[in-house]
Every structure is written in C-alpha cells, then in structure tokens.
Design a protein around this ligand. Structure first.
Ligand code: NAD
Length: 489
C-alpha cells in the first residue's frame, strides 16, 4: 500500500502505481498541486521520469503477453473485472469528484455527475459490449475453404488525458481498451494528478491483474516519451490541437495508430423560432455553452443569433451570464468556478482583451469577480457584435467567454457555423425539432445537439478538421484498440 496521506481533498502520494503495486519512483521529482479556488497547496505526487515510463510500459507488456493473462481471458471474465472496477470507482465517486473540483475548479455539482458518475456509466457500457461483441467470426473463403476473422487486441496503449475532465476522458480510453483485451499506460495531466491516485486504489480493489493499467503522472516531455516508446502499440490522446499535431507527427513517422480528441470552437445556432425563455432553456443552454467554466472542448461558444431577434438574444445571454453563481468550486451552489490554473486564467484574460481590441462589444463580465480575492476566477463574459473572423470567434478560449455573432437567414447561419478550423460539438435551438435536425445535418461537426447538448456513451464522440481524428465511445470504439486478422483455413 502506498504510504499516501489523504483527507477529503488533500492528498500526498509517495509512490507510483506500476505493475499493480505502489513502487518507489526513480527520482525525487514531485508534482505539487494547488487548489484552483483557494490557490493553496492541496497535495502532491511523484513526477514520473522516463525510467518510470519504461517500467510502466514493461509492466503493461508483461501483462499483455501473459499467455494465461488479460488479453487471453474470455471476454466475459474481462467484463466481470471491468464491472468490479466500475463498482470500486463508484464507491470512491464522491472523493474523486471533490479532488477534481479542488484541482481544476469544476463546480462540485458538475464534478459529482461527470467525474464521479460518468466514468462508471462508460465502464459499464463497455463491459456490456465485451459480453456481446463478436471477437471472431468465420465465413466461406471466396476461393474455397473458410476464413476466420479475428478482432485481436492491439497491444499496449499509451493513453494521455487532459486536466479538464481528467477521469471521464481517461475512461473514454481505458474502458474500450480493456474491453478489447489491451493493457494501458495512462498519463494524467500535471494539473490533475491527485485523482489518479484514487483511480489506482480502485484498480487495486477491483483486483485487475498487475500491469493491466499503470499510471505515470507527468508533463508533456513524459507524454512525448510515452507516445514514441517502442513498447507502445496505440496512442489515444485528448488535449490541445497543437499537442495533437505533434503527437500525430510522431505516430505518422512510427506508423502507430492514434486517435485524437482535440479542441473546438463550436456554434450554438439560435434559429428565429427558438424559445428564449431562460426559465425553460437555461439548464440546457448552460450544458451547451458554459459547462465546467467554459473549460470543455465541445461547447458552442459562438452563439449565432438571427438579426430579426438579435437584441432579444443579446439580452437573454446577458441575463443568463449574470444569473450564474460564481464561487468556490466545492460550494454546491457554484455554477462557475475558477480556471484550472493561473496560466489558463492569463490565457482567457488575453482573449478578452483581444476581443475588445478587435471591436467586439463587451456586454457583461470581462474581469475578475470583485468579491473573490483568491482563486483563478474570470467572470462569465458575453461579447456581442462579434465578427466570425475575430480571433475570439476562431480560437478556442477555454473559459467562460461567449461570442454572439449576428446572421441574416438560415443559410448564412450554417455558413458561419462551418467557417471554422474546428468541428467538434454544437447545438441548434428551435421550436421545430425537424427543422433543427435538418440544420444539424448540414453542420460540419462530429457531434451536435438539438435544444441541448449531452454526450452519449453509447454513440461515437469526436471531431472533424482540427478537432481530431477518430471517434471515442459507441460500439465502434473497441475497434480503435483491435487489429483484424484473417486466417484462411
Ligand atoms: P495540452 O494539449 O498541452 O495537454 C493535454 C495533455 O497532453 C496533458 O496530459 C499534457 O501533459 C500532454 N501533452 C502535451 N503535449 C504533449 C506532447 N507533445 N506529447 C505528449 N503529450 C503531451 O493541453 P493544455 O495545455 O493542458 O490545455 C491547453 C488547451 O488545450 C486548452 O486551452 C484547450 O484548447 C485544449 N484542451 C482541449 C481539451 C479537449 O477535451 N479537447 C482538453 C483539454 C485542453
């Protein structure tokens, strides 16, 4: 057992979770974490070095190659183990939610659902698929005889998660990987490492065989070492487009399969017949535009408003932003918490200055909340009269900042929505569901909602253009972690 000390949202770990055990790190380097809300130190973990990544990859390789091990188990036996992991995770859901909220500023009410609960749903979805999926099928060989097509696990997976939904986005990777029979080396982001210690405890309690999941907390150098490691067969990444490009280059050179979930700058398209009553749409609008303090890749941060109802939309969005409770992420009443880091707040403030400088009209927000003298807070901010070519309409801000862009007719709304380097999420707001569906079909994006936005674990999730390559979730996601072999008999 690791000699780590833990309170409700304070945790100091002394060891790394590699090969099913808490092991001595190769160096004394540590990652210190501060609370996004209070800026106080809330914990630390050892920082993995290249030698630790090498040990983790070796442990995952041993687990994968074990002739009677994980990759050779009957699918139902793997599914049972995944269900045990889901159960152990669920028992720790509150602690995981509190740790994530303390670290990255996610409001606890959201963290409980998304970081505490969603990974459980994802694990159970993939354990269910493991029981029913066809891993082998035979059919007549066209030239005579029989061909057996086997979906075999691809091997050892390097999984790299960002800080905004650290547990959920990790589960998007390891759950289908485990379903396929792969083993995993998970690298959490340095901003959110404390929760990964609790995930390791859940893995131990669930009795997963040693080395099936290993965890190496570290920054981008360690991530790059993992991506290019000889012992890695597949890379699954979520994070910025810049990092994704660099990872894709490495994987291209190595001919290593990779899936990339990257940034977004999606559109919330308000059609001229939309219901603008905040009492009715506020909760859904929140999930589509401001979720997790704007630190969510799929948000529709470009709000497209018809000129015929432009002032009404601006007024509604102003009232909406002003109604949101900004405060400590661990306060159950908080709707908007702080940015995950000081660096992230600086970035968001830089974009706000750029928006005003480019001539957009600041409707509300734009600064730091006057009543909060610590924590990396930014007020919910609305810009109106934004041109789609403005930097704040083209680049991902990753903060609580929305840009309202006027349009004339529906065709222009679609054209503006598609005039983006990204294509990850989005939403259409209308009183007519069929009309919304027609518009949704014409948006170049990987996912889109009508009058709300909610990721569905049982359907593919991912982006087009600079938002990434490949899809996570849904029945096909297991295929990301398999190669297909034809045996002619
Ligand atoms: P990032 O891409 O730098 O980091 C994400 C993860 O990748 C971290 O674990 C990081 O250590 C690792 N990493 C970074 N560079 C790497 C490399 N070359 N090789 C291997 N691993 C590498 O993201 P960030 O700096 O933490 O956040 C900045 C921006 O990223 C945000 O403003 C947002 O635009 C975007 N982002 C997107 C998502 C998403 O879900 N799509 C999530 C988080 C961040």
């Amino acid at each position: 057992m690791d000699a780590h000390t833990t309170t409700r949202e304070q945790l100091d770990a002394q060891s790394l979770f590699i090969g099913g055990e808490w092991v001595e790190p190769s160096s004394s380097a540590r990652i210190e974490v501060r609370s996004a809300s209070s800026e106080e130190r809330i914990g630390s973990v050892p920082e993995a070095q290249e030698a630790d990544v090498d040990a983790a990859v070796a442990a995952a390789r041993r687990a994968f190659e074990d002739p009677s091990g994980w990759s050779r188990w009957e699918p139902s036996k793997r599914a049972d183990a995944m269900d045990r992991l889901a159960d152990e995770y669920e028992k720790r859901g509150d602690q995981l939610a509190r740790l994530v909220a303390a670290q990255n500023g996610m409001p606890i009410s959201i963290a409980e659902q998304l970081e505490g609960g969603f990974p459980v749903a994802v694990m159970r979805y993939f354990s269910g698929l493991t029981r029913t999926a066809q891993f082998e099928e035979s059919h007549p060989h066209l030239m005579g005889g029989t061909t057996t097509v086997r979906r075999e696990p691809i091997g050892v997976v390097g999984a790299i998660a960002p800080w905004n939904f650290p547990q959920t986005l990790a589960a998007f990777k390891y759950a289908p990987a485990l379903a396929a029979g792969c083993t995993v080396v998970l690298k959490p982001s340095p901003e959110t490492v404390l929760d990964s210690v609790v995930l390791a405890e859940a893995i131990i309690a669930a009795g997963l065989p040693p080395g099936v999941i290993n965890i190496v907390p570290g920054g981008r150098e360690i991530g790059a070492h993992l991506v290019s490691h000889r012992g890695i067969d597949k890379v699954a990444f979520t994070g910025s487009t810049a990092a994704g490009r660099s990872i894709a280059e490495t994987c291209g050179r190595l001919l290593r399969p990779v899936t990339l979930e990257l940034g977004g700058k999606s559109a919330s398209i308000i059609l001229d017949d939309a219901n603008l009553d905040l009492a009715e749409i506020g909760e859904n609008l929140f999930g589509a535009t401001f979720l997790n303090n704007g630190q969510t890749c799929f948000l529709g941060t470009r709000v497209l408003a018809p000129r015929s109802r432009y002032d009404e939309v601006v007024g509604m969005m102003e009232a909406f932003a002003n109604s949101l409770a900004v405060g400590d992420a661990l306060d159950p009443a908080t709707q908007i918490g702080p940015m995950a880091s000081e660096r992230q707040r600086d970035r968001v403030e830089g974009y706000i200055a750029k928006g005003s400088g480019d001539g957009a009209r600041l409707v509300t927000g734009g600064g730091r909340p006057a009543d909060l003298d610590r924590g990396w807070f930014v007020q919910p901010t609305i810009f109106a009269d934004v041109d789609n070519n403005h930097t704040i309409a083209q680049e991902e801000i990753f903060g609580p900042v929305l840009s309202i862009i006027p349009y004339g007719d529906e065709a222009e709304a679609i054209s503006i929505a598609n005039d983006s380097d990204f294509g990850l999420g989005g939403s259409v707001w209308t009183a007519d569901g069929e009309r919304g569906f027609d518009v949704a079909k014409r948006i170049h994006t990987g996912t889109i909602g009508i009058n709300h936005y909610m990721v569905d674990p049982s359907s593919p999730f991912g982006g087009v253009k600079d938002s990434g390559i490949g899809r996570e979730l849904g029945p096909d996601a297991i295929g990301n972690f398999q190669h297909v072999k034809s045996i002619y008999r």
